[in-house]
Design a protein around this ligand. Structure first.
Ligand code: PGA
Length: 251
């Protein structure tokens, strides 16, 4: 079995000010020195340039929260892959449930974004996850399979050689209701098996993060599970001390 390095990625969402992020980044840089887990920060896009400067010389990777699937043109408010490439951006979150729910991003659009990130030489953090009513009606696997298959169909299984998946049950995001490690593990294993239908090696290598109310006091329990390879952290990533505890959580 492959030894997958834990990745802890901060998703700041639409939070922070220039004044607030400088000391936060500074504390994170100092706090993660020497740790073996990989750490990434996905700030609001207007701060990507600032973070490129702040993270210069540190091991922390930079990511974006969203990107257009199109190259350029008359698309007011959108940001392209090549713009992200101008900075030291390595990761791009695609298909976050907030984008799916609030900005009507479909499985097909998410797959197109995934493909655009891939073509631009960056790494997608592809978010998938079920709604509470879907879990309650036992449709979790059906929903996850649909979301994953849409991307495989458009981008091909090869694209997952350089991709990260984040399982984020929608009912756990920002609610304080974390999935139990067992609940999360069950879905992570399902995702890996879904990829293994196409290619065992890719399925074995891909990192699957858990997201949804990961906190300083539950991260380690989650990361200990066989198919959980780190976390995508919202609320807790805005508080240096909490985020650092999560960054240091071991298998
Ligand atoms: P949360 O958000 O940690 O605040 O639940 C996670 C996410 O949406 O990525």
């Amino acid at each position: 079995m492959t030894e997958r390095q834990i990745l802890v990625a901060a998703n700041w969402k639409m939070n922070g000010t220039l004044e607030a992020i400088r000391p936060l980044v500074d504390a994170i840089i100092r706090g993660v020195q020497g740790i073996s887990n990989e750490v990434a920060i996905c700030p609001p896009s207007v701060y990507i340039s600032e973070l490129t400067t702040l993270l210069n010389g540190s091991e922390i990777r930079l990511g974006a929260q969203n990107v257009s699937h199109l190259e350029k043109g008359a698309f007011t408010g959108e940001i392209s892959i090549s713009m992200l490439s101008d900075f030291a951006c390595q990761y791009v979150i695609v298909g976050h449930s907030e984008r799916r729910a609030l900005y009507a991003e479909t499985d097909v659009l998410v797959a197109e974004k995934f493909k655009a990130v891939q073509s631009g030489g960056m790494t997608s953090i592809l978010c998938v996850g079920e709604l509470l009513e879907e879990r309650e009606s036992n449709d979790t696997e059906k929903v996850i399979a649909r979301q994953i298959d849409a991307v495989i169909e458009k981008a091909g299984i090869e694209a997952f050689k350089n991709a990260v998946i984040a399982y984020e049950p929608v009912w756990a995001i920002g609610t304080g209701k974390t999935a139990t490690p067992e609940q999360a593990q069950e879905v992570h294993e399902f995702i890996r098996l879904r990829l293994a239908r196409h290619d065992n090696q890719t399925a074995d290598n891909v990192r699957i993060l858990y997201g949804g109310s990961v906190k300083a006091d539950n991260a380690e329990q989650l990361f200990k599970m066989a198919d959980i390879d780190g976390g995508l952290i919202g609320g807790a990533s805005l508080v240096a001390e909490d985020f650092l505890t999560i960054c240091k959580a071991m298998r």
